[in-house]
Design a protein around this ligand. Structure first.
Ligand code: G16
Length: 544
């Protein structure tokens, strides 16, 4: 086995050398940077995936994508055995291996193998998937070469959405209990649950089974086509931005959420529910244009509240003693948090950005609904809760209504990709709830009113100088910045603002909300200027 490691490291230096002395960190969602800087990182992540697989004695996933970032970027995230994001303690190992010099790589790996007591004689299995970026095939090859060099077995799924790969990994490691680890298995599971929940009536009340789908010119579009083939009699999906334009360029979930406008490439159809997904289809936002041509966004907060309220309704109707909670980040609109706590009366928690944080918090509940405002989220159902639901669903002694509610809840759980946010599964969940309630999109919007908000980006010399605490709501470095933000925020009615370094782009993000759009815009601009002045801004300060 030692020989395999020696030759794998030799291949690293010869074929996948670390060309520059640039440091890179495993961030919010793995490594992300210019694709041209990633070859050595991907090869090394192939090596790490083998080590992880040996430690966990399970299949590990490697997804090559830069999701919402522009086409020229790329990235990689590792997927743990139950389809979750890589365990946090291993992020440090990943960064250490990625940043090691070619000469030190063998020493770094030896050290890790020794410290973690990894039995190199164990087998290793790695699933690989990639998005549609032109740089992705070569990066996938680098991963595959590394896994093979270390004696691991690879299954290459080619172009898939990120959540599909997460799903394959959990299916494989639970011996099919969660479903079949194939694209067909994935589409079958989702479409079967969706059709069962919908029944024969595709319309209901104000609900019309017609939707526009913005695929961000990425993998989401082709996978939506495959899903559509299974559900076409139940939902009419018109697909746009399916690869004819540039990936994520003026389209996709991130563009629609941040710019608060409709994407390019999707014809306006008044009052029609429309969705935008991102470059690897793990995020989704809804929007529509009303007859006055006003754009309305229904983001991750809206999806969270809709799903949580429906799950709660079914839990109550089936008389199950299950605790349900909702997890958000600082980006959640203040109105949504109020609505959850005061109207829905559901416990709500706030954690730092990154689905890994939300996912773990959500697992503390029997049913944990989590969503980032940007549309990234899902529902986690504890094993014990699933068992209770299944038991109630088949309990002949229960009243019919109680039992049927439990049956519906059980099928709803089947429609969820519990491993990670999944744009396709989330869309079918939202469509299920709207259909069940007989709602059109305006009814959904009417549940509460968002506070106007604005997001901005500031480029500074080194974004690591910005450090935060309290789920990123308070800035503790550089000194004095939080005090300045507090002074600015005080001037705005219901004003709220925070800053944080992005984990996927080389920028500092600024979020602000207030009672009017012009105030939210001005508040964001003033805070952005404070960041620029205090934290080493590059270029001209943002205009206020
Ligand atoms: C990733 C993460 C999300 C996060 C987003 C932005 O999304 O998975 O949890 O909200 O990046 O992160 P940041 O503000 O740190 O750049 P995606 O869709 O790009 O994988």
């Amino acid at each position: 086995m030692g020989e395999k490691l020696i030759s794998a490291v030799a291949i690293a230096a010869k074929t996948h050398p670390r060309k520059e002395n640039k440091s890179i960190q495993y961030g919010t969602a793995g490594f992300r940077t210019k694709a041209s800087d990633l070859d050595h990182v991907l090869y090394r992540m192939g090596l790490l995936a083998v080590l992880r697989s040996k430690v966990k004695e399970a299949t590990i996933g490697v997804m090559i994508t830069a999701s919402h970032n522009p086409e020229e970027d790329n990235g990689v995230k590792l997927i743990d055995p139950l389809g979750e994001m890589l365990e946090q303690s291993w992020e440090a190992h990943a960064s250490q291996i990625a940043n090691s010099s070619d000469e030190n790589l063998k020493g770094t790996l030896d050290e890790l193998i020794k410290t973690l007591n990894i039995d190199m004689a164990k087998d290793a299995y790695v699933f690989v998937g990639r998005d549609t970026r032109s740089s992705s095939p070569a990066l996938a090859d680098a991963v595959i070469e590394a896994v093979t060099a270390l004696g691991g077995l690879v299954q290459d799924f080619g172009i898939v959405t990120t959540p599909m790969l997460h799903y394959f990994v959990v299916c494989k490691n639970t011996n099919g209990e969660y479903g079949k680890p194939t694209p067909e298995g994935y589409f079958f599971k989702l479409s079967t649950a969706f059709k069962k929940l919908r029944g024969k009536n595709t319309s209901n009340g104000k609900y019309i089974p017609d939707i526009s789908f913005d695929g961000a010119n990425g993998v989401g579009a082709s996978k939506m086509k495959e899903l559509q083939a299974c559900i076409s009699e139940y939902l009419n999906v018109k697909i746009f931005n399916s690869g004819e334009g540039r990936l994520n360029h003026q389209c996709g979930a991130d563009f629609v959420k941040v710019q608060q406008k409709a994407p390019k490439g999707v014809p306006t159809r008044e009052n029609v529910r429309s969705v935008s997904v991102d470059g690897d289809a793990d995020r989704i936002v809804y929007y529509y244009i009303d007859k006055e041509q006003v754009f309305h966004l229904l983001d991750g907060d809206r999806i969270a509240t809709l799903l949580a309220s429906y799950f709660m309704e079914l839990v109550k109707a089936s008389c199950l003693k299950l605790n349900l909670g909702l997890v958000q980040t600082a980006y959640a609109n203040g109105s949504s948090t109020n609505y959850i706590a005061k109207t829905l009366k559901i416990p709500v928690a706030c954690v730092p950005t990154g689905v890994k944080h939300l996912h773990h918090k959500a697992q503390e509940f029997d049913i944990g609904v989590y969503f980032e405002a940007n549309g990234h989220g899902t529902v986690c159902v504890a094993k014990s809760a699933s068992e209770m639901i299944a038991q109630a669903a088949s309990d002949e002694k229960l009243e019919v209504n109680q039992r049927e509610s439990a049956q519906r809840l059980q099928t709803l759980v089947d429609l969820v990709n519990q491993t990670v946010g999944d744009a396709l599964s989330d869309m079918l969940l939202v469509e299920t709830v709207l259909h069940a309630r007989g709602w059109d999109i305006a009814d959904w919007l009417a549940t509460y009113s968002d506070l106007p908000n604005r997001q901005m980006k500031v480029t500074i010399q080194d974004r690591r100088v910005i450090q935060t605490t309290d789920a990123e709501r308070q800035c503790i470095s550089p000194p004095g910045l939080q005090e300045t933000i507090n002074e600015i925020v005080k001037m705005y009615e219901q004003g709220r603002a925070f800053v944080r370094p992005s984990g996927t782009e080389d920028v500092v993000r600024v979020y602000a909300e207030a009672t009017t759009q012009s105030n939210a815009d001005r508040l964001a601009a003033e805070v952005a200027r404070a960041v620029h002045e205090t934290a080493g801004g590059i270029g001209n300060p943002p205009p206020v």
